[in-house]
Design a protein around this ligand. Structure first.
Ligand code: HEC
Length: 120
């Protein structure tokens, strides 16, 4: 009996589950979210205080922020900049404003965009 189970049931499970596993989408950066995040960055005038690829305020380059900061840290910077400035001992003025009123989707896409700014 046991041999039948091994011989029949196990290959059956493998047969059924293989195509299911193959259907799983690859986790890749969502191009639409990133593009929208870049727009949020421009609309919110982050470049008054920050620069990306040489555009904007050179005092606050964000070119490598995706390598330097985790998603969670970037979120904290946007939502509780005072706490983060204290933690990283930043005394730069004007200080980073809070972006707590930004719609959640805008915030998420903005973070997705910032995460693409990595050390080359
Ligand atoms: C009024 C100026 C100002 C504006 C506007 C501003 N920031 Fe900042 N931001 C700062 C300052 C000051 C810091 C602290 C780091 C430093 O000393 O450069 C900072 C830090 C950050 C950090 C952490 C950087 C690091 O190297 O760890 C991120 C990420 C960031 N800002 C993103 C943004 C984004 C995105 C926007 C627009 C939604 C924005 N900032 C708008 C002033 C500003």
């Amino acid at each position: 009996m046991r041999r039948i189970v091994v011989a029949v049931v196990i290959p059956l499970i493998a047969l059924v589950s293989a195509p299911l596993a193959a259907q799983k989408p690859e986790p890749k950066p969502d191009a639409k979210a990133i593009e929208h995040g870049q727009k949020v960055f421009a609309d919110q005038r982050c470049s008054m205080c920050h620069s990306v690829a040489g555009k904007g305020n050179p005092k606050g380059p964000l070119d490598e922020v995706g390598s330097k900061r985790t998603e969670e840290e970037i979120r904290q910077w946007l939502l509780s900049p005072r706490v983060m400035a204290e933690k990283s001992k930043s005394e730069r003025k004007p200080a980073m404003p809070e972006y707590t009123k930004l719609p959640k989707a805008d915030l998420n896409d903005l973070i997705a965009y910032l995460r693409t700014l990595k050390k080359k």
